[in-house]
Write a protein that binds this ligand. Structure first.
Ligand SMILES: NC(=O)c1ccc[n+]([C@@H]2O[C@H](COP(=O)([O-])OP(=O)(O)OC[C@H]3O[C@@H](n4cnc5c(N)ncnc54)[C@H](OP(=O)(O)O)[C@@H]3O)[C@@H](O)[C@H]2O)c1
Length: 254
């Protein structure tokens, strides 16, 4: 039986945990060869073994994509190994909550570096390959999927810089969608509500209990729920462009 993504190559950033990990696994099951990009080598190797045990193909690409050279290299290694690149999922990100004025040195920079600069560098490096895939690839379409957030639509106290980055990703994605539409590259934004991942664990210790209490109060989403949404975007027929998907837990009021 043929799968929707047979013969295609997907690069997923943030593949060592959470949404990126679930997405890589899901897209591999649909036939794509997947490049797994993040900093934690052992986690990526575990995922590659899992994907291969399920009959898929995976490449471990250890990289901190907050520098341009590293992002270029991650794309280069993917194309060198698999010969092409049809889909990019920009999932790597950080959310460090807390009042703006109290943030210790480096917190804003960490979020800006990965949530914005990492997306820009990786996207720029991938674009020529995505355009080529849309021209020559088995599906005659290519996809760039940016993982934004409910925090890219609704701003809340304690999330100022995270909101800045995710509102920014939404604007960037829409402008880029218009630029790339004539070239056959679909640009989509997926906006998860609260998902049980490692994201909240990076919050400063004194604030972590509050964040965990909010997450623990309801049945939140699982990474696989967002992977399903991403899969819907990427596997849709070339005549369909799913520009934006906003997925919240049923019990989520915020
Ligand atoms: N969980 C939620 O409730 C939620 C809600 C809305 C939106 N989101 C968004 O979903 C995306 C994925 O988050 P998640 O929930 O899956 O969190 P997560 O489990 O913490 O995953 C974040 C991923 O980003 C990678 N990463 C961080 N810094 C990196 C860097 N400098 N270079 C390369 N990779 C880096 C991490 O890998 P390494 O540490 O191994 O590098 C990890 O794989 C993020 O953009 C987040 O903002 C999440």
């Amino acid at each position: 039986m043929s799968n929707a993504l047979d013969g295609t190559v997907v690069l997923v950033t943030g593949a060592s945990s959470g949404i990126g990990e679930a997405t890589a696994r899901q897209l591999a099951r649909q036939g794509a060869s997947v490049a797994l990009v993040a900093r934690r080598k052992a986690r990526l190797e575990d995922l590659a073994r899992t994907i291969e045990s399920e009959g898929g193909t995976a490449l471990v690409v250890v990289s901190d994509i907050t520098t341009r050279a590293a992002a270029d290299d991650a794309v280069h290694r993917t194309v060198a190994a698999f010969g092409r690149l049809d889909t990019v999922v920009n999932s790597a990100g950080a959310m460090l909550v807390g009042p703006f004025a109290d943030a210790p040195d480096g917190e804003w920079e960490r979020m800006v570096d990965i949530n914005l600069m990492g997306v820009l560098y990786l996207t720029k490096a991938a674009l020529p390959h995505l355009v080529r895939a849309a021209e020559e690839g088995p599906r005659r379409i290519a996809d760039l999927v940016n993982i934004s957030s409910s925090g890219g639509r609704v701003a809340r106290a304690g999330n100022a810089v995270y909101n800045l980055t995710k509102f920014g990703i939404n604007g960037f994605s829409e402008a880029l969608r218009q630029e790339l539409q004539p070239k056959g590259v679909r640009v989509s934004v997926v906006e998860p509500g609260t998902v049980r991942t490692e994201l909240a664990s990076h919050t400063r210790e004194e604030l972590r209990a509050g964040v965990e209490a909010q997450i623990g109060a309801i049945e939140v989403l699982r990474p696989e729920d967002i992977a399903d949404a991403i899969s819907y975007v990427v596997a849709s027929d070339r005549r369909v462009a799913v520009n934006e998907v906003f997925v919240r837990a049923s019990a989520q009021t915020w």
